[in-house]
Design a binder for this molecule. Sequence first.
Ligand code: PDD
Length: 278
Amino acid sequence: GWVVVNGDFVPASEACISPFDRGFLFADAIYEVTTVVSSTLIDFDPHLARLRRSARAIGLALPWEDHDLQTLHKDLVSRNQLDEGYVYLQVSRGAGLRDFAIDEHMTPTLFMFSQARSVMQTSDAQNGIKVITVPETRWAHRDIKTAALLPASLAKQKAKQAGAQDAWFVEDGRITEGSSNNAFIVTKQREILTRDLGQHVLPGITRAAIIRLAEEQGYQVIERGFTVIEAESATEAFFTSATAFAIPVVEINGHQLSSGKPGPVFQAIRAAYLDHVR
Ligand code: PDD
């Protein structure tokens, strides 16, 4: 398929980025993943707003207008004839001599690709997944969407080795979020809990949409940290991300939730989200 390198469309096999790029050497890069359903970008504006926020947070000046970035997204979707999947966008600081100090005059590198992938109907959404909890090992600024994903990747690997599909990070006894998603539980009182925003979690675009939709459905959503014990004894749990939408969690650290099947609160919320993207 086609990819975008610095604003130009090139075949993926011909794409070239310098090995001296700070994205490669320092993970000095930020990214966004925007889902595509029926060739339409989902929630593009908030993704763009978060990209600008991440850029500001690491002192990177983005040399592209909103309109340019939107056009690149749309053109990539149409060139690759993408019906369902996602567009990945990464902006790194650029290439130069390896130096810990940042040269503020570097030209950022823009790289984009798209990938076809089922999002509306998936076996995880049908059956639910198992998670384990692991100590929070990422840096203190999880609110910035950086490409430094090694701790998240190692946590996911640990989950796989333990026979689960994802890991939820725990800091000071409370869950922050999943390896690449925001974590939610449902209490016996049918309240929906998810971590409050701050430096400790990524402000998920899907998280925001799900909270709004859940409240519209009459659920009470409480944004606060919850403990591992609260999670293990929850009646339901699920997680959200652009590519996963909402996926049920049916087991946490070996404790089965909602008799091992996706629960009614999850079902109602996923249905509302599918309506939102259709
Ligand atoms: N991950 N938390 C983390 C650590 C994430 O990496 C993500 C997204 C989310 C959910 O954010 P959103 O709803 O805006 O996708 C929460 C993307 C999908 C990824 O890395 O592929």
